[in-house]
Write a protein that binds this ligand. Sequence first.
Ligand code: SAM
Ligand code: SF4
Length: 385
Amino acid sequence: MNLSFSKEFSYCIFGINFSAQVSEIDSILAQDKFSKEDIVLLLSTNVEDRNKLYSKAAEIKEKYLGKKVHFRGLIEMSNLCHKNCFYCGIRAENTKIKRYNLSDDEVLEAVMFAWENRYGSIVIQTGEVNTKSFANRVENLLDKINKATNSELGITLSLGEQTEETYQRWFNKRATRYLLRIESSNQDLYYKLHPNDKNHDFGARIDCLKSLRKVGYQVGTGVMIGLPFQTLEHLAEDLLWMQEFDVDMVGMGPYVEHPDTPLFEHKNLLIPQEERFNLALKMTAILRILMKDINIAAPTALQAIDPLGREKAIKCGANIIMPNITPGYYRNEYKLYDNKPCLDDAAEDCKKCLEARIHLTGYEIGYGEHGNSQHFASRNNKNKN
Ligand code: SAM
Ligand code: SF4
């Protein structure tokens, strides 16, 4: 399907008629606002037009955020999870994986690596556990992290749905950013991806995002791209939903199937991985045009499909990279999907490899900086004035 249209424009100067071919994509890219239909069209672009989309996104990123890319050292602290999302390899009912839970000392070792190598920030991610002892553990761990690093590291948490009180307790310990993907903003699709029960309630997820905003976090969300049952209209709605929610950060990437999950049954509905990858890049570029100063992460799932995936995302709008600094021997057990990259690399190898790759893209790494969301800062300043 070729969705590249063109419009004939006529204009008259000194009585002479001129006409010019302007492609539909050019005229959409020149607009300030996009409708759902515009976004669907941008998501359907062919190779030539998608390069225009990527260039526009890169131009906007440079104008608003400059040439810097910021690191977040990713620590996959535990794969224990009480939920059963249909797509995820570490879901509770997957008995084929070995469960692990890093000790505080192991987490601190990774934290020290990030600090000593001037990563600026870390992300702590786990499966979802919402017991009191988990909340206490994270609170105490945050104290230890702050003490060991003179409170210099930026801290992002991605620990799933929790009570507002728990979010507040962690925020009080200098965790200022939180990632909680909505997965899909379409409720019907959401329930095709999750069991329809109290533990996987769409409304509760939205409420968590609202609590995070209320507590004062920089709020990050995101979706998976190329899911079974998902249409371009769903993806366009996702982007408009993120704009409407006024998110501060986004991490979205291709869905990558895992054979030991219920969603694998629908693999016959999937578009090829390469197309999911291209859709993810287009989503990144469109979001950058829609939300010029937010932080957008280049997710690892891109690299599972294309070894240069994250660098390509940087070139079309992403500005955050999350090098994995989890001790190598645990990474194999935090397998959300097949083909997870860098399973055997030590954190030091990951750093060197990424550094070289980012330099090749023409961008520079903001070493030692938090790289907070500028969008968050401007909204807060506006509210103060
Ligand atoms: N448990 C927390 C949560 O769900 O918010 C945080 C960790 S969870 C593993 C992080 C993200 O991994 C999810 O939000 C989901 O989008 C992504 N994910 C899980 N399975 C995936 C898959 N098969 N392909 C791509 N992304 C996946
Ligand atoms: Fe658990 Fe998060 Fe995976 Fe869902 S996506 S099963 S909550 S780790």
